[in-house]
Design a protein around this ligand. Sequence first.
Ligand SMILES: C[S@@+](CC[C@H](N)C(=O)[O-])C[C@H]1O[C@@H](n2cnc3c(N)ncnc32)[C@H](O)[C@@H]1O
Length: 507
Amino acid sequence: MATTTTTALHPQFRPPSHPRATRRLRPCPSSSSVRPRFSVRAAAASASASAPAQREVVAGVPWGCEIESLESAASLERWLTASGLPEQRLALEKVDIGERGLVALKNVRNGEKLLFVPPTLVITADSEWSNREVGDVMKRYSVPDWPLLATYLISEASLEGSSKWRSYIDALPRQPYSLLYWTRTEIDAYLVASPIRERAISRIGDVIGTYNDLRDRIFSKYPDLFPEKVYNMENFRWSFGILFSRLVRLESMDGKVALVPWADMLNHSPEVDAFLDYDKSSQGIVFTTDRSYQPGEQVFISYGKKSSGELLLSYGFVPKEGTNPNDSVEFLVSLNKSDECYKEKLQALKKHGLSESESFPLRVTGWPVELMAYAFLVVSPPEMIQRFEEMAVAASNKGSSKPALNYPELDEQALQFILDCCESSIKKYTKYLEGAKGSAEVSINTKQANRTLLLKQLARDLCISERRILYRSQYFQFHHPIAGELRCLLAKGILQYQAKIFGAATE
Ligand SMILES: C[S@@+](CC[C@H](N)C(=O)[O-])C[C@H]1O[C@@H](n2cnc3c(N)ncnc32)[C@H](O)[C@@H]1O
């Protein structure tokens, strides 16, 4: 969730590179030391766990609540108060943005510290396991934080009332909004134009691989402690979905990752600059507001300076078009295979850790100098062969200082190359968006129809946001990465696009 850095949080228990090649295990008998709250639905789900992303029907976990309801809110608040959460200036309510959220009960001033969640109410890798035996095995294997916490959540959830976290777990969404719940067919169909498609596929692969690793290396060796009815792929999809959408990195606690009940009811605003962290003076998790709030207004924090695609990937939502100042899109550029210096250019790139195709982030505010360096290399003629290497170094950003890229004779060609790549990306987005308008799909039932509508809307919002960045890169003035000065993009053909950009901005 909210991080004080922009670092992406990934599972660290590296999955095998070919998750499907890993051995499948027999279902394990249930343990006598845990009292699982499993249901037929969850048990059935585990039978097809090796490819959850391909399944059309999504099973759920037997704990948690419907995200749009406040069914467990009152008991969560009661438990938090009884466990030491001081009186709050915020209340958990239904909100317009983010389903449930924290709303100001009184006037909140700019610069005020809020929350004060004590460390005893925080879940970290050091938290005590209600089922000690399970915890001891996990520690013996030195499982890294992410898979450890994913397993911890499942272990505690399966213990129902025997876990101190019961009220918290009851208030967690039964199905977090997460791309982990999209099927492969949905990802391929709706994210076809977006680079987020690849990242979603790889993240799902990571989660499946991580689960398979845990199962093969640990769970299968202790079937009584880790029955498959509980420790199955379906439940891990839930726990990783919870971690991706709620875990916080607490900088003042040496970067520890933590689930912070109550604080994790705060929704994100890209316009807000307030981050959760541990406050040594009050010895609690707090955030400092960067604006004032009236009673009844929803209070937001920042989950980090994330692009809309990254927000969709981890949190399952896309901010309203044009409201995310941190928006960016991965932009793919490639060497031209028919270039007579293809081999020499590729060699220079490889020497510096790059390949014939590379992605660079295009931001709403401009593009990185590395992209420009790559473009110079792509368009440079054979007589510049001596300079290929310095271009590759600049494109890899491995040099000790920012290179002074100065090839005035290539400027226009390099810009034109970037413009052309933008144009071909834009075409993909437009094709998808126009195709999506007319497509009517037959749904099995209302629930499925609503889900399809929601996913399509998210994909549409993302595509419009990403296409908008491409349009902006094509047409607007931006800080030239080489000279660092504001420069007008005057490349050939610019005028013919102007009509389109104004069209895009009003879409
Ligand atoms: C840390 S939780 C926040 C509490 C959450 N709303 C709840 O009811 O449990 C993160 C989740 O809240 C929702 N969310 C947060 N910020 C949002 C926003 N700006 N727009 C839409 N949904 C948001 C997303 O579902 C996200 O996965």
